[in-house]
Write a protein that binds this ligand. Structure first.
Ligand code: SAH
Length: 350
């Protein structure tokens, strides 16, 4: 079966002709898919019955199979999907007061980066997602929001996986989001653990997409202990790539700081970070650590974080302490983990 979300308009047109249909049907189908955002061929009212039948026999409109959905007290929604080969992924929708609706989507099933404080890192690597599979997570949220008269406004690549470890598919998915869902580049954020070569490559793309870099530590030995990727590209190499990015794009980088009690929330650490980032066009997002099963660290105290961001400001580095979202349903940053479902549970859900 061909997943139509994987096809560009031209590829769809070719495919439709191969199916023995008129070429103009491709435009009709495309409009149903991305204009009206229907979820089945049967809903494509201006197609002949025979065409709909042929489409149903040969193609699918997406492949994500919804297994569960949970809603947090704060309105955050987390969805668990199964892919055609059985792999599981999660995506999250976060409503905000100012009409913003942000989808947090996965780029891989599991993750190979192994950050010790991250649930996706703890579960290991399944496989790369295709561009269509990445895109479809946002597509589904956009469709459901439209049905209630709302609009998906933002997308962040902050779900499971390392998007720069699946560079081409992630980039393709970004284009799908812009072209098909009309989400502006400035409303899309791609977040990386710090793959320096891909940061440079991304700088060269000429996109206005936002870049977030997960830093979490300003000392090499300690960062390596938390984030194995630091042994491959250390902080100096990472910062060189970040400087290149800013010079090339003139765009501000967001550094993410998962604040762990006693580990990276001290004034000394803030001063070292301030020195590191001083003079770079950037902002620091401080997120109190979310608990995960495989890591014993806890969230830093709010009072420490207030002080931490004040110190950063003394270095001319802006910082914001973020409110954690969806913690009661394990939908917060770094909490996505699908391996908890065993075969029996999956069978029961399906
Ligand atoms: N692999 C990419 C995309 C994941 S984004 C990256 O690392 O940037 C998820 C963000 O949540 C990253 O900044 C990640 O470091 C952070 N994170 C991971 N585990 C966390 C946890 N337990 N609490 C808070 N943030 C966490």
């Amino acid at each position: 079966m061909i997943n139509l979300y994987e096809l560009s308009f031209n590829a769809l047109a070719e495919f439709i002709v191969e199916l023995g249909e008129k070429r103009f049907r491709a435009r009709q189908i495309w409009d149903w898919m991305y204009g009206r955002r229907v979820d089945s061929f049967d809903a494509m009212g201006n197609l002949p019955r025979a065409t709909i039948k042929r489409l149903n026999e040969t193609t699918t409109l997406g492949i994500l199979e919804l297994i569960t959905s949970q809603i947090s007290r704060d309105g955050t929604e987390k969805r668990l999907y199964r892919l055609t080969d059985g792999q599981l992924i999660e995506s999250v929708l976060m409503p905000y007061d100012n009409n913003r609706q942000t989808a947090c989507i996965s780029s891989q099933a599991g993750c190979a980066m192994g950050c010790v404080f991250c649930a996706s890192g703890q579960m290991g690597f399944g496989r790369n997602l295709s561009a269509g599979e990445i895109f479809e997570q946002a597509m589904i949220f956009a469709r459901d929001l439209a049905a209630r008269g709302e609009r998906l406004s933002n997308v962040v690549f902050m779900g499971m996986g390392e998007p720069f470890h699946n560079y081409n598919a992630s980039l393709e998915a970004i284009h799908y989001l812009m072209d098909r869902l009309h989400i502006g580049a400035r409303h899309i954020t791609i977040s990386t653990v710090g793959l320096a070569p891909q940061i440079r490559r991304f700088a060269d793309e000429g996109l206005q997409v936002k870049l977030a870099v997960s830093l979490h530590k300003s000392d090499d030995a300690e960062r390596s202990a938390l984030m194995p990727v630091n042994r491959r590209w250390n902080i100096a190499e990472l910062m060189e790539a970040c400087h290149y990015y800013v010079a090339r794009t003139n765009r501000r980088i967001t550094f993410e700081w998962a604040a762990i009690a006693g580990a990276n929330d001290t004034e000394e650490e803030a001063r070292r970070l301030g020195n590191l980032l001083s003079g770079l066009l950037c902002h620091v997002n401080i997120i109190p650590l979310n608990p995960t099963g495989g890591y014993s660290g806890g969230p830093a105290a709010a009072s420490n974080l207030h002080r931490f961001s004040e110190v950063l400001r003394q270095f001319g580095v802006g910082a914001t302490v973020r409110v954690r979202r969806g913690i009661d349903i394990d939908a917060g940053c770094g909490q996505l983990k699908t391996a908890i479902l065993n075969r029996d549970q999956i069978a029961r859900y399906s």
